[in-house]
Design a protein around this ligand. Structure first.
Ligand code: HEC
Ligand code: HEC
Ligand code: HEC
Ligand code: HEC
Length: 519
């Protein structure tokens, strides 16, 4: 690995000094098109990820489908825009077009405005990130703003993300994923081919955050996680409760990791709760499969279902690189029990059970909205002003943060309430942001959502008691929060405004200055 890095650095520096012979001789393997000649079948099927696209041609808007997400993520980028995943071919386009990354443009005084994210947001969208780590270093890359590197990003997820340059050998192109695997005792170099294949996916399909202690590098919060082993983490955080909050699996281990560091991603702008966002922990939830219908199900790796073996016209076998789920492509030994046509029924059944825990009247999603707005009403009744009285997102967050630090009875009451909100939302997010969990580990989804609902029961009871004390006339009215159009303004966002600035950014900066071809 080390040797290859040095070789690459030499290559890059010769290109930089303008050595025409060197640049001609070297193939640019970050561009997947240059692998086509050697690996035509893999290339062709890789290109077919472009077919995984809704009929509208645009990604499905999940905030419109479920406005509760906007309240849950108020004050954080996800409340601006959140879409369902589509094929790998769109990854680079989608990270540039999403409202989450803002609309960074240089103003007349040479100051960048509208920058909303940091450089590591490119990490899961392009192999050019691996190239930049080699060229400028992981730390230096990460310590910049997102748009700093726009002129370097031209390739969507491709061969170089998962393979050694120009070969079929698998690799971890992201050093932070390599480090994380060592942390959980699953050193990439020492694993069998099934787990190595899953590890290439785990470079992106995992929970992560941007660590501030070692530059703003990507870090997976896995330090306490032993996959598949039930561990009690409460000693790490000095937790006194007996509700099993820290007993269990990846989700608990990750929360304990963040709690132990006093870490939050952001302050919820409606309630003031100190939040952590779970990002798509697909790998963790699969590794933690809690129940197995039968032994076969122990053999799952991501590629078993998403990249199956197939044959070309000459009967030569190869691996289908159209990474998606198509039941009729599953291996024959699955089809001995599951006819392709049965899958929809099993998956629909699993989804229905999950949706009941989420969307019923006493489910997670509507009650997260309820508890955030009830907390806002308690603050307001005590003269702590937020978005409801015209404050900006930043002002509301600062007001709540300050109020929580005071040594008042109210601060004690609100800390107790808002920590419950943090925990409930964390467990909910661990299940719901884990895409495909209804197939990967439905038992874990049910476990996490049941836990979240249990914590929400307590939180809402506490909020109601505080409302009775401070705002006896307050009535929660769910119809005020039941659409994206109603809710975004209430969390301080103007969809029109963001969209207009975005158009300007795409036209004036991306199309004129960046190499990417948007899809
Ligand atoms: C998201 C990760 C990923 C990407 C992107 C990817 N591959 Fe692969 N590739 C894999 C994995 C994982 C395997 C091994 C699958 C297994 O052993 O089950 C594999 C196997 C292969 C193999 C050998 C096995 C075979 O018979 O097919 C070749 C050749 C290959 N890939 C070429 C490519 C090329 C060319 C591209 C780009 C056009 C590409 N891969 C993109 C993950 C990826
Ligand atoms: C470099 C980061 C990265 C790697 C590596 C990666 N993914 Fe993805 N994956 C993404 C992103 C980002 C999206 C969403 C793209 C979008 O919506 O624009 C995605 C989307 C998907 C989807 C949804 C597409 C669909 O058709 O429904 C599946 C399934 C998926 N990935 C599986 C995998 C598997 C399996 C692997 C390993 C073989 C893998 N991914 C490796 C980043 C990655
Ligand atoms: C047992 C088969 C199986 C395995 C193993 C598996 N998946 Fe999936 N995956 C599915 C199915 C089925 C779906 C849901 C498809 C649907 O409902 O349309 C899915 C959905 C997804 C999605 C969401 C796609 C979307 O459209 O929202 C992602 C991302 C994903 N899987 C990634 C992974 C990763 C990463 C791994 C390995 C850690 C993995 N999967 C392992 C079967 C599997
Ligand atoms: C020996 C029979 C058998 C084989 C072989 C088998 N399955 Fe299953 N599978 C089951 C049964 C039974 C269920 C539970 C169905 C139910 O409860 O409706 C199940 C459930 C599932 C589910 C739903 C999620 C869950 O955990 O309940 C998925 C996804 C799945 N199987 C994928 C696969 C894949 C992929 C293979 C091949 C690697 C496979 N199965 C092989 C019998 C089998």
């Amino acid at each position: 690995m080390k040797l290859k890095r040095i070789a690459l650095a030499v290559m890059v520096s010769t290109v930089f000094v303008g050595n025409a012979i060197a640049s001609e001789a070297k193939t640019d393997f970050y561009n997947s098109d240059n692998w086509q000649k050697a690996f035509p079948e893999q290339y062709k099927t890789w290109a077919e990820t472009e077919q995984s696209n809704p009929v509208s041609g645009k990604p499905d808007d999940l905030l419109a489908a479920n406005p509760n997400l906007i309240a849950a993520w108020a004050g954080y980028g996800f409340a601006k825009d959140y879409n369902r995943a589509r094929g790998h071919h769109f990854a680079l386009t989608d990270v540039i077009k999403t409202l989450r990354v803002g609309h960074p443009m240089m103003n007349k005084d040479g100051v960048m405005q509208g920058e909303a994210m940091s450089a590591s947001c490119w990490s899961c969208k392009s192999p050019d990130v691996a190239r930049m780590y080699d060229e400028v270093g992981e730390g230096k890359f990460s310590d910049n703003a997102w748009s700093t590197w726009g002129h370097e990003m031209s390739n969507t997820i491709g061969c170089a993300d998962c393979h050694e340059l120009g070969t079929q050998e698998l690799r971890m192109s992201r050093p932070y994923a390599d480090r994380a695997m060592k942390t959980i005792g699953k050193d990439f170099a020492k694993q069998d081919s099934v787990l190595q294949a899953s590890q290439t996916c785990a470079q992106c399909h995992v929970e992560y955050y941007f660590d501030g202690t070692d530059s703003k590098k990507v870090k997976f919060p896995w330090d306490y996680w032993v996959p598949g082993v039930e561990t009690d983490y409460k000693d790490f955080v000095g937790y006194k409760g007996t509700d099993g909050l820290y007993k269990g699996f990846a989700s608990e281990a990750q929360l304990a990791y963040f709690d132990n560091r006093g870490f939050k991603d952001w302050t919820n702008a409606v309630s003031g709760a100190p939040m952590v966002k779970t990002q798509h922990p697909e790998f963790e939830n699969m590794m933690d499969r809690t129940e197995h219908a039968m032994d076969n199900h122990l053999e799952f790796g991501c590629t078993t279902c998403h990249m199956t073996q197939t044959t070309n016209e000459q009967g030569k076998s190869f691996i289908d690189h159209k990474v998606t789920f198509e039941a009729e492509k599953l291996p024959a030994d699955c089809q001995s029990c599951h006819e392709a046509g049965d899958f929809k029924e099993i998956l629909d059944e699993r989804k229905a059970e999950i949706n009941q825990l989420r969307f019923a009247a006493n489910g997670t999603d509507p009650r997260l909205t309820e508890v955030h707005f009830k907390a806002q009403a308690i603050w307001a009744a005590n003269g702590v002003k937020g978005l409801e009285s015209g404050k900006t997102i930043g002002e509301a967050q600062a007001a709540y943060q300050a109020a929580l630090k005071q040594k008042t009875p109210l601060a004690g009451e609100m800390n107790s309430l808002l920590v419950k909100v943090r925990n409930a939302q964390w467990f909910w997010d661990s299940a719901t942001a884990s895409h495909g969990i209804h197939a990967h580990n439905p038992t874990e989804a049910v476990r996490l959502l049941t836990k979240s609902n249990g914590i929400l029961d307590q939180a809402i009871a506490e909020a109601d008691a505080l409302l009775a004390k401070y705002a006896p006339d307050y009535k929660y009215d769910a119809t005020k929060y039941d659409s994206k159009e109603k809710l975004q303004p209430l969390v301080g966002l103007s969809f029109e405004g963001m969209s207009q600035s975005k158009e300007v950014f795409l036209k004036e900066r991306v199309e004129k200055e960046w190499p990417v071809k948007l899809k």
